[in-house]
Design a protein around this ligand. Structure first.
Ligand code: MN
Length: 250
């Protein structure tokens, strides 16, 4: 069954009956009759109906996103709107295409954003950080910059990506230095306030301190990780940063 709360969320106080009809009848009953007509086909009918009225407001955008999620491809929406243009009117199709283009090209912005981030930064992004992926939430990338004397890596986090709580152990010396080189991120030590990081910020992490680091939810982030030499150095990976806690940052 299709679950809808937009009516109650937006009009529950002002027009409770309309909200109930929207959420429970239109979506709860009509949209939900999937055995009669698939969600994909219902999306197609809805998008064409709205376009035919020249409605290209936020509700049209909502239904385009829904149509995409219900399986209508970029090629199909282009065909649907082209076909509809002859019956509904050329300018209406133009207006609809402007919005559809935004919804169906959203497949690539992640790549574009990554590229834009890389272009603003002096150091390379490198390759997916597959070896440590199990200790990260989200996708990170690793570019080894220096393997002699002191290990230095450029670590890049996609928006929302962060590593698990962890400890850099050493019996003497050791620990890690972070030098922020791009985007916006966070650093937090156990039971301390989270610290927001920007390019140029430096974080000294002594050995033995439980901490995590990563991107802000809405920004790519890169820092150089300097592995401070130490005796008997090792990394201990612990639990992931709580989603609810991370979600409240920013
Ligand atoms: Mn660390």
């Amino acid at each position: 069954m299709v679950k809808q709360t937009a009516g109650r969320d937006q009009l529950g106080g002002f027009a409770p009956k309309f909200a109930q009809l929207n959420d429970d009848v239109l979506f709860g009953e009509v949209w939900s009759r999937e055995e009669k007509l698939s969600l994909r086909d219902r999306s197609l009918v809805t998008v064409v109906s709205l376009m035919a009225q020249g409605l290209v407001d936020s509700s049209f955008q909502y239904h385009l996103v829904r149509a995409k999620n219900n399986g209508i491809t970029k090629e199909e929406i282009a065909e649907i709107l082209t076909h509809g243009a002859f019956y509904a009117g050329w300018p209406k199709a133009w207006a609809a295409f402007r919005m559809a283009k935004e919804v169906w090209t959203e497949d690539t912005p992640a790549e574009n954003e990554k590229e834009a981030h890389a272009n603003r930064m002096l150091f390379p992004v490198g390759n997916p950080n597959d070896n440590l992926a199990r200790y990260f939430t989200g996708q990170s990338y690793l570019a080894p910059l220096c393997a002699e004397q002191v290990g230095i890596f450029n670590v890049t986090f996609e928006p929302g990506c962060r590593n698990n709580w962890h400890i850099h152990h050493a019996s003497s010396g050791g620990g890690q230095i972070l030098i922020c080189v791009g985007g916006c991120g966070y650093y937090q030590e156990w039971e301390k306030e989270v610290r927001e990081l920007h390019p140029g910020d430096v974080v000294n992490i002594p050995a033995g301190v439980k901490h995590w680091h990563g991107a802000a939810p809405d920004s790519w982030f890169s820092h150089l990780a300097v592995e401070v030499p130490g005796a008997e150095a090792s990394n201990e990976w612990l639990e992931a940063v709580d989603d609810a806690y991370y979600g409240c940052l920013k």
